[in-house]
Design a protein around this ligand. Structure first.
Ligand code: ATP
Ligand code: MG
Length: 568
């Protein structure tokens, strides 16, 4: 199964009713206002991408694909202190893994620093920008409030010459950090506070991951974004709703600068998922405080975490299609994400057997030196996934949870004195238990019921249930890691709550003595499997070794949380 085949997702996208951005683009193309769609995905390299970014990636790259256009990958790197090469590389890998290719080289806002600087000079020359020495506190007072207009800064009416000179001093590093800023001269009484002479350049004597120490001043997001879009000829600049109030400013800069193109900004609702946090800053806190095993911890909602856990890229793309694109804020149930993963893996993951908590069973009537090769399909409805060979021997392992000395009728597994079917093999009957000094069951003695391969027993005593097993002499020793949701609170960070308080203490369970069927010895990284009756698994990219494979459970076979919530 290939994670990177975007075509299946495309078919599904096409079958859904068009969303508002598709409608806008279609109209622009029909009316000829746009010849070729060019979108961009503009992450800031200050952390790893998360599930929310997947929505934005699928939308931006998806629109370009659907309408025969192009999508750029542009790093919005105007904040040197928080950005790094590590994040740049991780983001590139994640976008690729999701199944998308960007147009040409990757781009950086920092590639445009010289041009942006020239445009700032242009604004000054036009009398539309000035250097301001108000302290942050003073600036706040001058800004006014939502109900009261602001007041003009005393530095607002400086001459062009004075502004040019001061801005040059800012640029070469002659002025101290925080001593002044460059502001656009728009309107201190504008109802939209973003238009009240916003800051466009700050002094920051910080090392930049791309431009090194070349710059002592850095543009604001607002001064950089629209202009970068214009430089790249972006036609539809798609972003999340929190930028809606910035759109007038986006437009003001484009209208007041000699830019080579006129992009338009469109906003959609960001993806929120319950039991999850989607903020790079907060995810970074989990990493920095060692609450998780790095950005790619399989419990993290990062793309690298979900990849390591075993969520296929195609399942994430399907999820992004399912949730749709609107302008209405909402919270998506994480159960829907889990369902999409489960649904995809059910259709595509080959089956295997793995005993997580082994209990030894000796088949007293099956010769010690005998071995039969049982055959089992790779997948119940996918012949293309071939066949597995399961060695059947005198000693086998079953799961401790699949045996009881006594049980009521609801328990359809092995009970002392009763029968059970071993999956893809014989029916057995349990005769005796062997216990250690503490009274723990350490072994079960059982018998194979003759002539029950693929048949009911001739004596008419049927087995009620089917359990999985592996040979005790021909198997693969492995470790299995079971994951649960990282947070117990459906809204871990709502209303400023401390999300550290609702970390799920049981979100990781490590089982180090597991026994998998021997066919799994040839499992490769990023292969997915259904361990029958246990869930969907893949090899862990960090801890798995040839000597000791480590399997991550991507997701269980059913939603265990839905049940808990219903009974609450
Ligand atoms: P975070 O708060 O996690 O750092 P961000 O918006 O600051 O998110 P960026 O790197 O600036 O992160 O985001 C890149 C793009 O992804 C932006 O266009 C942004 O609108 C979009 N994006 C970020 N979070 C979400 C989300 N939860 N749902 C949809 N799109 C998102
Ligand atoms: Mg951002």
């Amino acid at each position: 199964m290939s994670d990177n085949d975007a075509s299946a997702t495309k078919e599904k996208t096409a079958a859904r009713p068009a969303h508002f951005i598709q409608n806008i683009i279609r109209k622009d193309l029909e009316q000829g206002t746009v010849k070729q769609v060019i979108t961009r995905f503009p992450p800031e390299p200050n952390g790893y991408l998360h599930i929310g970014h997947a929505k934005s990636i699928c939308l931006n790259f998806g629109m370009a694909e659907e309408f025969g256009g192009l999508c750029n990958l542009r790093f919005d790197d105007t904040n040197p202190e928080k950005e790094s090469e590590e994040y740049v590389n991780a983001i590139k890998a994640d976008v690729h893994w999701l199944g998308f290719s960007w147009n040409g080289q990757i781009r950086f806002t920092s590639d445009y620093f010289e041009q942006l600087y020239q445009w700032a000079v242009h604004l000054i020359e036009q009398g539309k920008a000035y250097v301001c020495h108000l302290s942050p506190d003073e600036a706040r007072q001058y800004r006014g409030t939502l109900t009261e207009p602001g007041t003009n800064s005393p530095y607002r009416d400086r001459t062009v010459e004075e502004n040019l000179e001061l801005f040059e001093q800012m640029r070469v590093g002659e002025l101290a950090e925080g001593s002044c800023v460059l502001r656009a001269k728009i309107d201190m009484a504008a109802p939209n506070i973003n238009l009240r002479d916003p800051i466009i350049y700050r002094i920051k004597k910080a090392h930049h991951h791309n431009t090194g120490d070349a710059w002592k001043i850095y543009p604001s997001y607002d001064f950089a974004h629209g202009q970068s879009d214009a430089i790249e000829g972006i036609t539809h600049s798609i972003c999340t709703l929190e930028f809606e109030d910035h759109r007038p400013l986006y437009d003001w800069f484009l209208d007041n600068l000699p830019v080579p193109a006129r992009p338009r900004q469109y906003e959609f609702a960001r993806l929120n998922v319950n039991y999850t946090i989607t903020s790079k800053r907060k995810l970074k806190q989990l990493v920095d405080e060692d609450r998780v095993d790095g950005w790619d911890d399989p419990r993290m909602p990062t793309l690298s975490g979900m990849r390591r856990r075993g969520f296929p890229a195609e399942a994430l793309r399907n999820f992004c299609t399912q949730i749709g694109v609107t302008r209405a804020d909402s919270v998506v149930d994480v159960g829907m994400l889990e369902y999409t993963v489960r649904d995809h893996l059910d259709k595509n993951a080959p089956r295997a057997m793995c005993v997580l908590r082994p209990l030894r069973v000796t088949l007293t009537n099956y010769p010690n030196d005998k071995m039969e090769e049982m055959r089992a399909p790779g997948h119940p409805n996918r012949e293309d996934l071939g066949e597995r060979v399961l060695p059947f021997t005198h000693n086998i392992y079953i799961d401790q949870d699949d045996f009881r000395e006594e049980a009521n009728k609801k328990y359809k597994r092995l009970v002392l004195g009763k029968r059970v079917r071993l999956r893809n093999a014989y029916i057995i009957e349990a005769d005796e238990v062997i216990k250690d000094e503490q009274g723990n069951i350490v072994e079960v003695l059982a018998r194979v019921v003759e002539d029950t391969l693929g048949k009911d027993p001739t004596d008419g005593v049927k087995a009620k249930g089917v359990i999985h097993w592996v040979s005790a002499t021909h198997h693969l020793n492995c470790e299995v890691r079971l994951y649960d949701r990282l947070f117990t609170d459906p809204a871990p960070d709502a209303g400023g709550k401390d999300f550290m308080q609702s970390l799920n203490p049981n979100s990781l369970e490590v089982l180090s003595n597991c026994k998998a069927e021997i066919s799994l010895a040839s499992a490769k990284l990023h292969d997915h499997f259904q361990f029958e009756r246990e869930g969907y698994f893949c090899l862990d990219s960090r801890y798995s070794t040839l000597e000791k494979p480590v399997f991550n459970r991507a997701i269980g076979l059913r939603d265990s949380w839905a049940k808990i919530e219903q009974t609450q």
